[in-house]
Ligand binder design. Sequence first.
Ligand code: CTP
Length: 432
Amino acid sequence: IASQAAEKRGWHLYLVGGAVRDLLLAEGQTGTLMINDIDLVVDGFHQAADVGAGVELAKVLQEVYQNARLEIHGAFQTAALLWHKHPELNSLWVDIATSRTEFYPYPAANPEVEASSIRQDLYRRDFTINAMALRLTSPRSGELLDFFGGLLDLQAKEIRVLHPNSFIEDPTRIYRGVRFAVRFGFAIEQRTKEYINYAINSGVYDRTTQENVKTPALQTRLKTELKHIVEAPYWQSALQLLDDLGALQCIHPTLKLDIYILRELRLLEKLIIIYLRSCEKQQILHPFLHPWQMRLELLIAHLEPQYRTKVAKNLQLADDSINRLKKLAEMQTEVISLLPSCELPSQIVHLLKKYDAPTLMLVALKSPRQVRRKIWYYLTNLANVQPLLNGNDLKQLGYKPSPIFKQILDDLLTATLDGTIKDESEAREFLA
Ligand code: CTP
């Protein structure tokens, strides 16, 4: 529909970026290819008025598929259509960018002009494998435009940057390069590695880590890339490669992977699985817990306490993450000093109940084994124990609602936790 609409207006429409790469990678493979993010570029204008072409095409699509939400960005040049819960695809994004090359004073049907416009658009991109286009409009629809050897690099399994300054202009591309390398099992081409090295040695991370955030857009992109990495199944290899390239410095100049953090990250995986299983077994909803968020927090918790809040804010983490990291050192000191002397389950509950599960996981991972075990015991066995009788039972037993209710319930809980009472009839005796 979009290409017909473009053709009718004399424009050219291309599928670009990741979708072209993924289509080429899927060629000859069995299975279904899911593409949730489609990038289109429209160009070939000969009138200044056509600069809003992307938006116009998006509106045509929206008229046909009425359940799409339309967003327009940056001086009407880019339109995004979002289908939430598309019946077959869950959600689907379609971005339609208007090629940034100015309008042409003569008909863009001229193939040289057309080629130079889309070529420039592709040349601004990150890697050769992401800089190919598939023409969607006739004539020659279905033709692959590959000016920079992307197809050869796909075949050679190499991540090759398009220009030497790419990482200086946009350090988040280092993270993208690593993500693609690990995701596809590709190697980062030697010269590209040298450009990464050069960018890092020239202090490119100053722009992502500076105190007064002057580059929020850059930091948003860094957070997006980092999130993609830490939520993917390949997150461990990707973090390792980022570390090998010195690129974790973009998060903080002192951040390095060492055996301690690697061990903590591995342990975290186990803890999350056991914890979620135990929630399932007890049929309780686990508190807001995203494994990717926990991995990122643990990575930041590896920094000296005075840097943590700033880094969490720079990375635009959610408020609960920032708060946890801000208070972590203090909570850790409290728990490490008080928990060892808590012997009875009720004492453990009394000390730990004010913390949520993600906080306790971080504290546990940063504590000596004996403390870690008690926190663990609390999370999987004690945190959700309820008193054997509830408020309604008390009313039935003739107690009138009063402030003492809470005290009675607390006493019942203590007795339940510590095993003084084991069932309801013992609870009733206890009350008597
Ligand atoms: N791009 C770029 N530089 C960036 C981000 C994006 O050049 N820092 C370009 C690339 O051509 C990329 C396209 O914009 O292919 C779309 O970006 P994005 O949707 O973030 O990535 P995809 O390549 O589609 O990868 P993925 O499949 O992981 O979404």
